[in-house]
Design a protein around this ligand. Structure first.
Ligand SMILES: NC(=O)c1ccc[n+]([C@@H]2O[C@H](COP(=O)([O-])OP(=O)(O)OC[C@H]3O[C@@H](n4cnc5c(N)ncnc54)[C@H](O)[C@@H]3O)[C@@H](O)[C@H]2O)c1
Length: 258
């Protein structure tokens, strides 16, 4: 698939990596729709795209990827705004970290990880990807789109990162589904792919003090965190390479978590 013929929907496109994907795809000639939760943040990305005079169109929407009706409407509205869709990047994600149990040092009481925090992460990071993939695939088949692609942003944490039971489970599950959806969807001309970033320079990490950032970078063989553009290169590769499907690309500087 050529980027200049592509019409891509990016979820969670108002911040961090998603924001970079939106602007980079439009910079490279794709038309881009994106969603996020906050209207001001969505407007700011649209304004940024307009101020840069990017060749691709950029149109923002408000939608929560964990809500079925909102994702159904999003795919329909995005396709209408761009005059079609040829891909989705399931990027929206959240963290709600904590250990499965911990013991209060003073009282000895066992504190359990709250079910609500488990569920919030599964709702956005796994159900959100399922809904995006399902609605996009249905759209592509109903509209006889010849070639299209579903890309999901996993994480190095999919191997299991202590304190991230919910996040690791969701990020592992979307890699498994990327593989099985490749088999289910190939007959419709739909490819799949996942990108598993290591620590990447986004607002979460930008807010860290330099010493904390140095601690995060120390075990990385390449001795630094990744840049959003480096994650974008993997997204771009998956879009452009018609023989790529069902696999995950690790972009993590060579770091192993476990
Ligand atoms: N930054 C990293 O180091 C890193 C590493 C590996 C994987 N990731 C993954 O990359 C993706 C992007 O992360 P980021 O670091 O850019 O985070 P970020 O917080 O900067 O951006 C995530 C965006 O998703 C939006 N979002 C959250 N919940 C949403 C929902 N329910 N519906 C719609 N939008 C929603 C947020 O508002 C935000 O704009 C996530 O899936 C994350 O898990 C990040």
């Amino acid at each position: 698939m050529n980027l200049t013929d592509s019409k891509i929907l990016v979820t969670g496109g108002a911040s961090g990596m998603g924001r970079h994907f939106v602007l980079a795809l439009a910079r490279d000639g794709a038309d881009v729709a994106f969603c996020d939760l906050n209207p001001d943040a969505v407007g700011a990305v649209e304004a940024e795209a307009a101020s840069r005079g990017l060749p691709g169109k950029v149109k923002g929407f408000i939608a929560n990827v964990a809500k079925e009706d909102e994702v159904v409407a999003l795919v329909k509205d995005a396709a209408a705004a761009l005059g079609g869709l040829t891909g989705i990047v399931n990027n929206a994600g959240i963290i709600r970290d904590g250990l499965l149990i911990k013991v209060d040092r003073e009282t000895g009481a066992v504190i359990k990880f709250p079910l609500a925090k488990w569920q919030q992460v599964l709702d956005v990071n796994l159900t959100g990807v399922f809904l995006g993939a399902r609605e996009f695939a249905a759209y592509a088949v109903e509209n006889k789109v010849k070639q299209s692609v579903i890309i999901s942003i996993s994480s190095i944490s999919r191997h299991g990162n202590m304190g991230q039971g919910n996040y690791s489970a969701a990020k592992a599950a979307i890699v498994a589904d990327t593989a099985l959806w490749a088999g289910e969807l190939a007959r419709y001309g739909i490819r799949t792919g996942a990108v598993a970033p290591g620590f990447t320079r986004t607002p979460i990490l930008e807010g860290m003090p330099p010493e904390a950032l140095a601690k995060v970078s120390a075990p990385v063989p390449l001795k630094r965190i990744g840049e959003p553009e480096e994650m974008y290169l993997a997204v771009k590769f998956i879009i452009e390479n018609d023989y790529f499907t069902g696999r995950v690309i690790d972009v993590d500087g060579g770091l192993r978590l476990s």
